[in-house]
Design a protein around this ligand. Structure first.
Ligand SMILES: Nc1ncnc2c1ncn2[C@@H]1O[C@H](COP(=O)(O)OP(=O)(O)O)[C@@H](O)[C@H]1O
Ligand SMILES: [Mg+2]
Length: 368
């Protein structure tokens, strides 16, 4: 199936007329000849490949409005990566869209359904217990926006005592360290009890299974409990950073981390952690694949994220202003924007493969 892609002869079902500019762009291109098949060039027989091992930068960003095919594209690319490289795939699935489709299509996967599967954030997963103490502390302070230094002090003291006594503490160990006089209004206790609910079974840390498709879904967590959701995501990213930095960089098998609807995470102030993860990941064989609705989702960190994107996929979009924004990172002019808006249908995209800023219009085949 996948392996026949290159031999396949394909003719466009849509008799599309291209501006000379696009043809010109295609003629001058020297794309990857191996790697993950991404899609077929519009009105052409060629398949565009992207090779994360040869890419200047191993990360992927998919941008497009609701219904444009982001989730399908993310799924298709990471599934191909899994088949071709036997890679470990980790989806962070905030809404539950990914898990739903994997189940419907009977695609083999490892389900990590927080809190049915315990988050186990107290456990030093791929790290030391001393570092874990700081990771838990930082994530709580950041997620719950604890600015009060006195409260931070109370929290730190509790966690320090706990980790001094045990390398792998349980929540009961934490609660037994809470002193009522210090935690005056019970604020810290309330927060810790809420976080403990992510480990309903206290069965330890969830396990990522190598060479499998793992889905960490937060679909069961109430989207109203923003702080708790933020804590869970913070710790999951922390786990990825820990895992990645413990992996052998010479290991030829890559790990792909897929984040669908990344805007939900980014609006929770997590873009800095994503950027850190991307920077760190480069040396350690981790590729981050993000799908989001708009460039603006990244706020002030936009250029930092795009700098780290080796494969940019811009899904078909009916909004002219969107394309004008895209022209900051893509070599497109008004004429080309007009052409693209007429040509592109659902499942079509314009991609940019660094270091070449010229756009390649493609049609994404979401089937195996
Ligand atoms: N490349 C494609 N080819 C054909 N149909 C597609 C393609 N991508 C998406 N679709 C269809 O469009 C629908 C919406 O796609 P989805 O990936 O959920 O969009 P988004 O995540 O951007 O909201 C899907 O249910 C699927 O049927
Ligand atoms: Mg989607």
């Amino acid at each position: 199936m996948l392996h026949n892609y290159r031999d396949e002869v394909w003719t466009s079902e849509r008799a599309v007329l291209f501006s000379p500019l696009i043809k010109n762009v295609l003629l001058h291109r020297n794309p990857h000849k191996t790697g993950i098949p991404i899609g077929r060039i519009l009105n052409d027989t060629r398949i565009i490949f992207w090779d994360p091992f040869k890419a200047i930068n191993p990360h992927i960003l998919i941008v497009g409005p609701t219904g444009s095919g982001k989730t399908e594209t993310l799924l298709a690319i990471l599934r191909r990566a899994h088949i071709i490289y036997n890679s470990t795939i980790i989806f962070v699935d905030v809404k539950g869209d990914i898990i739903k489709r994997l189940i419907e299509r009977k695609i083999d996967h490892v389900l990590i359904d927080i809190p049915d599967t315990s988050l186990g954030s107290l456990e030093p997963y791929y790290t030391s217990s001393w570092l874990r103490l700081y990771q838990v502390f930082d994530s709580i302070v950041e997620s719950y926006e604890i600015d009060d230094l006195r409260l931070q002090g109370v929290l730190f003291k509790i966690l320090k005592k706990v980790y001094e006594k045990k390398d792998v503490p349980k929540w009961e160990d934490v609660f037994s360290e809470i002193s009522e006089e210090e935690d005056l209004n019970g604020i810290i206790e309330r927060i810790l009890r809420e976080i403990a609910s992510l480990d309903r079974r206290d069965t330890g840390h969830y396990k990522i299974v190598k060479n499998k498709i793992n889905v960490i879904t937060l679909r069961s967590l109430s989207k109203e409990r923003e702080e708790l959701l933020r804590y869970a995501i913070n710790m999951i990213f922390q786990d990825m950073i820990n895992m990645t930095s413990r992996e052998n960089p010479d290991d030829q098998v890559k790990t792909f981390l897929g984040l669908d609807e990344a805007w939900m995470l980014l609006s929770r102030g997590l873009s800095k952690r994503i950027i850190n993860l991307m920077r760190l990941a480069r040396g350690y064989g981790l590729s981050v694949a993000l799908a989001t609705q708009d460039f603006r989702d990244f706020g002030e960190h936009w250029d930092l994220i795009v700098e780290n994107i080796g494969l940019l996929i811009i899904m078909s979009n009916p909004n002219r202003n969107f394309w004008r924004e895209a022209s900051d990172f893509l070599k497109i002019n008004n004429k080309l924007i007009e052409d693209l808006m007429i040509l592109m249908k659902r499942g079509d995209a314009v991609i940019r493969i660094l270091p070449d800023p010229r756009p390649i219009p493609i049609s994404i085949d979401i089937n195996d």
